[in-house]
Structures are given as structure tokens and as C-alpha cells.
Ligand binder design. Structure first.
Ligand code: PMP
Length: 388
């Protein structure tokens, strides 16, 4: 303690930042390419300066392309994927309204929790992790619960599935229900057509296929979803996530932009560069590359004598693969071996799959045949070593 009563400065902060290089082949974040890291290091701009507003507008255009939408309410939540999820929940639902939540992993579970915290009602359709939903069971749920919205996860990162979405928008609209889709762990790696598929609210995250740092989350609202938000009987319970305010700040309405909050300026530069990468590569090429890398991984994993959690190839998420941990093997020993010897991240299971699977992510900048070979080599060698 000094004579002024100030406590001693922490010694750890007087040392240089200790930083290892790793290949992040888990379910996110993925590695950021040098171009995106360089964008983070650019000088600061004021969050309402015209130069920054131009960057925000470029981000909006990039998102409209990534989402395949013309929706004017297309903007970015300052927060991670959970922030966008929470924003969708608090804007779309008034207290007492019903959400039908498709739960085949932890994301449905979490969204239902948010619905409950909002004073709204979560009804659930449940499938085991690793399975997807079909239109007829969803139609039964719509008839039974008459929900205001349906929540479904496009790329399940805990159960490793890719949910087919074609036809779902039309079905929901026949029952006067809006369709909300979580594509945090799929956007850019799996086909997405927001408008053609009739999705009302779609959100994603920056740190997966977009290969930008975590902390910004794209979101878009259809005209129907926008009208529901603008015609609410009660105020949106969160000031920070109020979509009407955010849409104004992002220049999505007729009024001059008002200060709502200070955008995470450097993170928006990085997201702009992540979207520029996607635009330069082209969406179709990005989807194809992800698929090819996933096929390479699936074949390699099976050659190692391992089984994939999702049996049907067409239902697997090409961005996150779940591999069954064989009898007698501790998942963590293998993950630790890969990290120690190859500096490569392989993750464990989440929720009910904890201890039962490894999860391997293939996202954006990391989606290369070389990285797949690296992860397969680390996995194969780790298995031999931990079984000795
Ligand atoms: N939804 C899905 C499908 C996810 O995979 C994740 C992140 N793993 C999230 C939501 C939440 O994102 P975040 O961790 O960025 O809050």
C-alpha cells in the first residue's frame, strides 16, 4: 500500500503480453487472417463521423449479400451471438406471447430460457442432438401452440446438424407465425437465402465463418418482423437491444442517425474486412469450399476408425463436425495432446454430448485442406498415444 492508500500495481501487467499462436479448429472463434488483424489496428474514428458511417454502410451491403436479403433493417448488434439472440427475443416477443422453440441442442434450450426471462412463453419441439426437424412435425406444433414466432437453429454447433430451411417460412406464415433463424455457426459456410426462404429474422456472429474477432453480430428483420417490432403494445424491455433504435443508428430508416451507443469501431472495421473476404471469394465458392473441407474431414475421421455423431451426411453441419469418442478414451487427453504437440484446437462436447464427442470446426480462413490434414494427423497420433 502506498502513502496515498492506493493498492500495489499488479505485477502481471508490467510484463509483456504472453501470447501463443494456435490453429483454432474448434467451433469458434476461428483464426483471423492478417488483413482482419490489420484492420483492428487502424486508427480510431468517431462513431458518427462520415468516414465511419461509410464503413457501416459497406458492412450493411456485405450483410445483405451474405444473408441474400433486400431487407432494409439489416444491421449489427454490438455483442456476441448471444446478444443477437437476446435482441431477437426481446424485440419480437411481448410478455405473454408464445414462441415455439425447436430444440435439438443447447441453442434451443438457451433461446427458451431467454423467452422465459422476457415474460413470454416458450413451448418446445424436442429432438435428440444430432437430428433435424421435418416440416410435418413443425406444422403439428404450429397448430397446437399458435405461436407468434418459431425459433430454429440453422447450424447446430452442439449437435453438429444443418437444419434444412426450405419451405419453413411459407409454413410459418400460413399459421401467422414469424420465422427466426440462428445461423451463428453456419452463415457463409452453408447455403442461406433469407428472402427466398421467407426467414423473418436471421442473425449470425462475426467469429465463425467471417473470421473476424468475436463481439459483433449481424442481424436482419423482414418487413413483417419490422412491423411487429414497430407496432408493439409494450416497450422493448432492453434499451441496448431495441431494434428500432439500432436500425436508426445504422441508417435503416428515414430519420437522421441518432446516437444510441458507441459502436465498437475497430470491431466494425474487422467485420467489414471479413465480409470483403467473403465477397471476394463469392458465396457459392465459400459454401463449396466448406463442404469440400468437411467431406475431407469426414472421410479422414472414418479412416481413423472413428464414427461421426450425425449418421446422415446431408444432415451434418459442414462448419462443425462431431466425432464420437470411442469407448475407453478420455476426450480431454486427446484434445490436450493435439494442443501440446500441434498447437491445434479440438473441442469437447456441449450439454448432453459433453465427454461423448469431439467437435471440430471448419470456418472461413481456417477452411483449408492443409488445416484438415493437420487436425487429422493430430487426432490420429493423439489416439495412438492415449491408447498406449
Ligand atoms: N448460436 C450458435 C449456433 C452458436 O454456435 C453460438 C456460439 N457457439 C451462439 C449462438 C452464441 O454465440 P456467442 O458465443 O458469440 O455469444
Amino acid at each position: 500500500m502506498s502513502s496515498t492508500g492506493v493498492s500495489a500495481p499488479p505485477q502481471c501487467l508490467l510484463k509483456p503480453l504472453d501470447f501463443p499462436h494456435k490453429t483454432l479448429m474448434g467451433p469458434g472463434p476461428s483464426n483471423c487472417p492478417p488483413r482482419i488483424l490489420a484492420a483492428c489496428a487502424l486508427p480510431m474514428l468517431g462513431h458518427l463521423h462520415p468516414e465511419f458511417i461509410k464503413i457501416m454502410d459497406e458492412v450493411k451491403e456485405g450483410l445483405q449479400y451474405a444473408f441474400q436479403t433486400q431487407n432494409t433493417w439489416t444491421f449489427v448488434i454490438s455483442g456476441t451471438g448471444h446478444g443477437a439472440m437476446e435482441a431477437a427475443c426481446v424485440n419480437l416477443l411481448e410478455p405473454g406471447e408464445v414462441a415455439l422453440v425447436c430444440q435439438n441442442g443447447i441453442w434451443g434450450q438457451r433461446f427458451a430460457d431467454m423467452v422465459d426471462r422476457n415474460g413470454s412463453v416458450a413451448e418446445k419441439l424436442i429432438r435428440p442432438m444430432g437430428q433435424v426437424f421435418n416440416l410435418s412435425e413443425i406444422e403439428e406444433g404450429l397448430k397446437k401452440y399458435n405461436p407468434a414466432i418459431l425459433f430454429i437453429t440453422h447450424g447446430e454447433s452442439s449437435g453438429a446438424t444443418a437444419q434444412p430451411l426450405e419451405g419453413l417460412g411459407d409454413l410459418c406464415h400460413r399459421y401467422n407465425c414469424l420465422l427466426l433463424v440462428d445461423s451463428v455457426a453456419a452463415l457463409g459456410g452453408v447455403p442461406m437465402y433469407m428472402d427466398k426462404w421467407g426467414i423473418d429474422v436471421l442473425y449470425s456472429g462475426s467469429q465463425k465463418v467471417l473470421s473476424s474477432p468475436p463481439g459483433t453480430s449481424p442481424i436482419a428483420f423482414s418487413p413483417q418482423a419490422r412491423e411487429k417490432v414497430l407496432n408493439r403494445k409494450t416497450k422493448v424491455r432492453s434499451y441496448y437491444f431495441d431494434a428500432g433504435e439500432l436500425a436508426n443508428y445504422w441508417g435503416c430508416d428515414e430519420n437522421p442517425r441518432r446516437y444510441h451507443h458507441t459502436a465498437p469501431v475497430s470491431s466494425i472495421y474487422a467485420l467489414r474486412e471479413g465480409l470483403a473476404r467473403l465477397v471476394e471469394m463469392g458465396l457459392e465458392a465459400s459454401w463449396k469450399n466448406n463442404r469440400e473441407c468437411a467431406e475431407q474431414l469426414w472421410t479422414g475421421v472414418e479412416k481413423l476408425g472413428l464414427e461421426l455423431w450425425v449418421p446422415n451426411k446431408e444432415e451434418r453441419n459442414p462448419c462443425v463436425t462431431a466425432v464420437k469418442v470411442p469407448e475407453g478414451v478420455n476426450w480431454k487427453d486427446v484434445a490436450d495432446y493435439a494442443m501440446k504437440n500441434y498447437r491445434v484446437e479440438i473441442s469437447g462436447g456441449l450439454g448432453q454430448l459433453a465427454g461423448k464427442v469431439w467437435r471440430i470446426g471448419i470456418m472461413g480462413y481456417n477452411a483449408t485442406p492443409d488445416n484438415i490434414r493437420l487436425v487429422l494427423r493430430a487426432l490420429g497420433e493423439a489416439l495412438e498415444n492415449v491408447r498406449k
